[in-house]
Design a protein around this ligand. Structure first.
Ligand SMILES: C[S@@+](CC[C@H](N)C(=O)[O-])C[C@H]1O[C@@H](n2cnc3c(N)ncnc32)[C@H](O)[C@@H]1O
Length: 273
């Protein structure tokens, strides 16, 4: 169990989870040595595949590397106990370098100028996207917890592009309303906040016309530890993700592809008006 609570991609994969269980079950049972070796090799391959993808990916900028390192080193439990943040904000929420580089690449390829993030945490994906923007580009990032936003700001200030990131504190739906009133449009939107909010965020984005024509929405955690396809209920809120995925599938106005990166990423492109 301890192994799946880390940040590594394979820990989100139910195959890995079941392999660990098979290994545990085989320990004291009368299982042939060859079979035990095969189980161990399969576990090792899951880890090697993840490591290989990490190694073959562009390394983070110094500021992004610092942010990732410091997010793990931060005393989140103490911060929660002392009331500086409203809940135990585990570093497992961090997107990490591989996914951040994917999002950065898409931002860059989209020639985006205006980017919206729903769910800032310590700013990993915000910073990666800001690094892909032109001089006058901007990231608006929504975060409900003021304490978490303060931690993010302290990390973002170390980057030469940190000033491109505007943080809006408050429930994301309220912030979306404010942005809609200002008639702002975004070229790329990354959804990565509370999973039960995904359906409403998606609907609001289109109802309030927040996404530019041919703009892209990137959505995190759409495989939610495997629950949407395994039929298992490993994670709370996975039902909300299944509902979200079904809604996107039915939406004929977007081009979409789901990719099994980390906990699953949905790439959704609004078609030309
Ligand atoms: C998974 S983390 C985001 C990770 C981040 N994108 C990254 O790159 O590391 C989700 C964040 O969304 C915030 N959040 C949760 N519910 C929210 C809401 N209703 N409105 C705004 N932010 C919310 C959480 O406090 C948390 O910091």
């Amino acid at each position: 169990m301890a192994e799946r609570r880390d940040d590594r991609s394979y820990s989100f994969d139910p195959v890995y989870r079941h392999l660990l269980r098979a290994r545990d079950l085989s320990q004291n049972a009368d299982v042939p040595r060859d079979l035990k070796a095969e189980i161990n090799r399969a576990i090792e391959l899951c880890q090697q595949r993840w490591q290989y993808c990490e190694d073959q990916t562009t390394k983070p900028s110094p500021a992004l590397a610092h942010l990732i390192k410091e997010t793990f080193a931060y005393p989140w439990e103490d911060a929660h106990k002392e009331g500086r943040v409203s809940y135990y904000a585990t570093p497992r929420m961090l997107t990490g370098n591989l996914e951040a580089q994917l999002i950065k690449l898409i931002t860059n390829a989209s020639k985006a100028n205006m980017v919206l993030e729903i769910g800032l945490y310590t700013g990993c994906s915000s910073l990666a996207m800001a690094e892909a923007l032109p001089k006058d580009g901007k990231v608006v990032s929504l975060e409900i917890d003021k304490g978490i936003a303060d931690v993010a700001r302290s990390f973002l200030n170390r980057s030469p592009v940190g000033n491109k990131i505007e943080i809006m504190i408050g429930p994301a739906l309220n912030s979306l309303e404010i942005l809609a009133e200002k008639q702002v449009k975004f070229d790329v939107i990354f959804i990565d906040a509370d999973k039960t909010g995904y359906v409403q965020y998606y609907k609001t984005i289109f109802e309030k016309d927040l996404l530019a024509s041919e703009g892209t929405i990137i959505v995190d955690n759409v495989l939610k530890d495997g629950d949407p396809y395994s039929g298992e209920e490993y994670e709370p809120n996975s039902g909300a993700i299944s509902e979200f995925n079904e809604m996107v599938l039915r939406d004929k106005n977007v081009h979409k592809v789901m990719i099994p990166v980390r906990d699953g990423v949905y790439l959704i492109r609004r078609m030309k008006d």
